[in-house]
Design a protein around this ligand. Structure first.
Ligand SMILES: *Cc1c(COP(=O)(O)O)cnc(C)c1O
Length: 359
């Protein structure tokens, strides 16, 4: 007799496996794309100012102060903003709001391995469209989504794990041609070079089917806080805001801290520029070691090792030196290493270790 009570698709699926979070403090953590620099001192102050009496009551159900702050930050209205418990909650909300079980969700592969997991939980079909060899999207991406009848597409930009940025024009073209909801996962957007002038926020007033994902986990150094938000036209935001979301999906403390983080974004902006210059240096130094990386607009690099065996070997040997990087046992990624850009000291230590491993 089958003693499992869960739904069949839950029984047969595998869960998402997060990157390792070690408890020891002597580890150099370059495996989960955290910002190596601390959050703004304004966030520390906001935390110190929390009074336990404030926690006796329920939080603002709409995170209204944060919502207005984010709207001002992007030049939008509060109804364009949906605060969530991390960016991951927005993915789950979008799937449960816009795709019935049995309907199709489109993704480009490879990408964030949480997408197929959330698709499976909802009992949706997945259409996986392979990226080109240079990690760019195929020209007929929107046509293929439409051909598959996709109700929702999940696209990470800058792309993970390559770091490649798709230009705003191309995204707008896809949104215009695609017949479903286009979710652009901008988890790493803060690290894009300002010269690229990539900003899709104004488009949420122009396009009726776009939903942008933002998170404070990476750019704002607050992965432990669990705070993100969606941005979109009113008709996309409203059903999630007033129907599918838990009434108190973000807590009082995280609302206060997230608001302080956005209000002091200039502080975080300095960390983005440090990460960008370190990214460039690290790319060059890895290249000298024969580990070529596509040009990344993110806070990580995807380094090409000689082959699958060397890639696995490097990961193991770095771990012995207390350096964690990420390895994906997935098509097209088995001979590659995903390395988070750390601070100068961490990057130097990584390079020193890599030099001795490779020589
Ligand atoms: C980090 C990340 C997110 C969101 O993460 P949260 O910590 O839940 O905000 C979303 N998509 C990608 C590709 C990510 O790497």
């Amino acid at each position: 007799m089958n003693m499992a009570f869960e739904r069949d698709n839950i029984l047969s699926m595998s869960g998402y496996v997060p990157g390792e979070q070690p408890t020891e403090s002597n580890v150099i953590k370059l495996n989960t794309n955290e910002n190596p620099y601390p959050a703004s001192p304004r966030v520390t102050e906001a935390l110190a100012a929390i009074n336990i009496e404030e926690l006796r009551r329920y939080p603002s159900p709409t995170a209204s102060r944060f919502r207005q702050t984010a709207a001002d930050y992007h030049g939008l209205s509060d109804y364009n903003i949906l605060p969530t418990n991390g960016g991951d909650e927005l993915l789950r909300l979008a799937i449960t709001t816009f795709a019935d079980p049995g309907e199709t969700i489109g993704i480009a592969v490879p990408s964030y391995s949480l997408y197929p997991v959330l698709t499976e939980i909802q009992g949706c079909k997945l259409v996986s469209i392979p990226l080109l060899d240079d990690w760019n999207l195929p020209a007929n991406f929107a046509d293929r989504l439409n051909g598959a009848g996709a109700k929702l597409a999940l696209l990470v930009n800058p792309h993970a794990p390559s770091g490649i940025l798709t230009g705003a024009e191309q995204i707008i073209d896809i949104a215009n041609s695609f017949e479903g909801v286009l979710l652009i996962d901008e988890a790493y957007v803060d690290f894009v070079d300002p010269e690229n002038e990539y900003d899709l926020a104004p488009e949420v007033e122009q396009l009726d089917n776009i939903l942008l994902l933002r998170t404070l986990s990476k750019g704002f150094s607050l992965a432990g806080l669990r705070f993100g938000y969606g941005m979109g036209p009113k008709t996309i935001i409203e059903p999630m805001m007033y129907k599918t979301r838990d009434s108190y999906n973000t807590d009082h403390i995280s609302q206060q801290l997230a608001t302080a983080a956005l209000e002091s974004a200039d502080y975080a902006r300095q960390t983005w520029s440090k990460v960008r210059s370190e990214r460039l240096l690290l790319t060059e130094e890895l290249q000298k070691l024969g580990l070529t990386c596509p040009p990344s607009q993110s806070n990580f690099l995807l380094a090409q090792a000689e082959n699958e065996e060397t890639a696995g070997d490097i990961v193991k040997r770095l771990k012995r030196e207390n350096i964690l990087i990420r390895y994906f046992d997935e098509d097209r990624l088995r001979d590659k290493l995903r390395i988070t850009v750390g601070n100068p000291e961490q990057n130097q230590h990584l390079l020193d270790c890599l030099k001795s491993i490779i020589s």
